[in-house]
Write a protein that binds this ligand. Sequence first.
Ligand code: F6P
Length: 389
Amino acid sequence: MKKRIGILTGGGDVPPLNAVIYSAFHRGKDSGVEVVGIVGGWQGLLDKATVDLGRMNFDPSIGGTVLRSSRVNLGKVDQAHKRITKSLSDLHLDGLIVIGGEDTLSNAFHLKDVPQVLISKTVDNDVGINEPGRMVNYFTLGYPTAAEKIASFVSLKEGLRTTAYSHERIMVVESMGMHAGWLAISSAMGHPDFIIIPEFPLDYESLTEKVIERYKRRRSVIIVVSEGARWSNGDYISADENDKDNFGHPKFKGVAEVLAKRLKADVERHFDARNVNAVNPSYIYRSGKPNSLDLESATMLGKESIRLLSSGVSEPVFLIVREASQGFAPEEYRLRELDDIGGFHRFVDGRFYDPIEFQATKEAVNYLSRITVDHGNPVYGLQQNHEEN
Ligand code: F6P
């Protein structure tokens, strides 16, 4: 009998979601598998809200998710297993393709007997394992596009560096990244002066000294800071602990503003600090069209999901992107090898970040060079002359 597979997207949107849906749907059609859209993530499955993808007009190169999204924690839903199993049976679904970040994918741990292919997507790039010498899940979908955007956003050729230079500014740029600094780290390809990430609590005094020294020399400083960055005592620089989402994550309230304000007050004694600005591109990192690496990877994962589910996968598997001699290839990773999503949550460690210089390491640049291009050297014009004198 023809297999029926449901596909859903959960969590924050990223640019290549429609490309996975499109690819799975068409590969399914070619191989006799019916792919049914579930509207609104896990909530849509609880509500049995489906759509016939064959009747929908959508484009794989447009960002966001045509299926919409939700952030549902099945751990907090009464009789979640029973209700999901009933929905699957009522909808005659043999399995699921679940595209989500850490939270959406963690729901699979409540449904260990449901055939599922789990595809990680998040601009935070924090789902995967970084083993010494190898990245299990080289990147999460959406990260390549966002990495390219943030690097370009701060760069000289396409971004903020020209304004920072022209107006002799110190610009504090906010990056997404609740717990992990991967997106901020990727800005290294656009050459900001300093990067601050959640994994390494901020030595504020040392940063201020370095900012003053750099500004005196170059008259333009760009600092990239992750939304989840912390002071040295471990407190978030900016988060409302009383305003939490469904998974208990606090809402962040503008780290760049807070840091710029404090810096402004502290550098004033040394020079005219009116030009200390905060910039927050916010959802721009997540929106818009996927770049070619995201598009190709999404297409590859969509096809591979159909292959796995039609070949009789009977439990949840992560479908990851691994490095191959030519580009990247899909690889499956059994969920049963992990106790919970914590085992698949990855952070930036000392191999990728230098907390003394507030910079990405050579190893990070090496890693990033497979994902995005270098956006050029920021030293030019008058500042170069100053340095040479
Ligand atoms: O998890 C991805 C992410 O983009 C985080 O970096 C960010 O904090 C969060 O989603 C914000 O999403 P929303 O405002 O849509 O809840």
